[in-house]
Write a protein that binds this ligand. Structure first.
Ligand code: FMN
Length: 261
């Protein structure tokens, strides 16, 4: 069983591909949104599964809020030994690995020694100075990832090491200082809006994994519990969703199967 979270499809693709290669099922943790946000005790029994895997994007050099919340709230019952995590990142992952290992051990008593990262096209566009990758870099990352995934699956299957976790520079600073500040100060959704190009198609509402968007008079309203996965911005077919004055000219990206060469 592979549990994944994905805003713009990169992690979903990785999870599905590994699921195929390992012949194991794949589950979107967004499907447990109601349980993990309302129940006091929530548990999942995956003891009959061959593998237990987690796939998630890196957010601010740490765990995305949905994956963090899932691991914190869910008692996972699994006594097997084939536990792994794969992070999808634009560049590097900082303390995401340690955060996942700590949370999984604390709530479920499960050790996860196999953690690696896969570089995928960058999706962080809501701060000046950041942006999507060039088309060339996007294609290069997707091609490399496609070559890497069978090697990762092979290592997981055969209990081998796969020493590829890109930690980046200053992991302590990023993990212990930048990540908490990012989570505290940048999570609000007051700066999102739909501009005049909005056609009321409702894709943003449909794809929000946090049920944080609702159409009112045909226009998206953000309900105050955004986790900044940026699915709404990237998936809008009319590029109508903006974040402050930052995203109008920025690129958009989400994973589409047919684009992979
Ligand atoms: C809020 C946010 C923060 C991000 N922070 C990082 C980061 O710290 N390091 C990094 O390499 N990529 C970062 N990224 C890029 C994503 O991790 C990367 O594009 C990932 O593949 C997206 O996965 P998804 O399509 O499954 O959501 C960030 C993206 C978002 C939306």
């Amino acid at each position: 069983m592979i549990f994944y979270f994905s805003g713009t499809g990169n992690s979903k693709h990785i999870a599905e591909k590994l699921g195929e290669l390992l012949n194991t099922s794949v589950k979107n943790i967004a499907d447990y949104y109601d349980e993990v946000t309302t129940l006091k005790n929530f548990s999942l029994d995956v003891d009959n599964e061959d593998f237990l895997g987690f796939v998630s994007p890196v957010h601010s050099w740490g765990l995305s809020i949905p994956m963090s919340r899932f691991l914190k709230k869910t008692k996972i019952n699994y006594s097997g030994k084939k536990v792994f995590a794969v992070f999808s990142c634009g560049d590097n992952c900082g303390k995401a690995r340690e955060q996942l290992q700590e949370k999984l051990k604390k709530k479920s008593g499960i050790l996860c020694d196999f953690v690696c990262s896969v570089q995928m096209p960058n999706t962080y566009i809501v701060m000046k100075g950041f942006g999507t990758d060039s088309k060339e870099l996007e294609e290069k990352k997707l091609k490399t990832a496609e070559e890497e995934l069978p090697r990762i699956a092979d290592a997981i299957k055969n209990g081998k090491n796969y020493d590829h976790y890109v930690i980046g520079t200053h992991p302590f600073l990023k993990g212990r200082i930048v990540y908490p500040l990012f989570m505290k100060f940048t999570m609000g959704d007051k700066k999102f809006f739909a501009d005049e190009n909005c056609i009321s198609c409702g894709q943003c509402e449909k794809f929000c994994p946090e049920k944080n968007i609702s159409l009112k008079d045909g226009k998206p309203q953000w309900l105050g519990h955004c986790v900044k996965c940026l699915s709404c911005i990237h998936r809008c077919p009319k590029r109508a969703i903006q974040y402050a004055d930052i995203t109008k000219e920025m690129g958009r990206y989400f994973y589409k199967k047919q684009e992979v060469v």
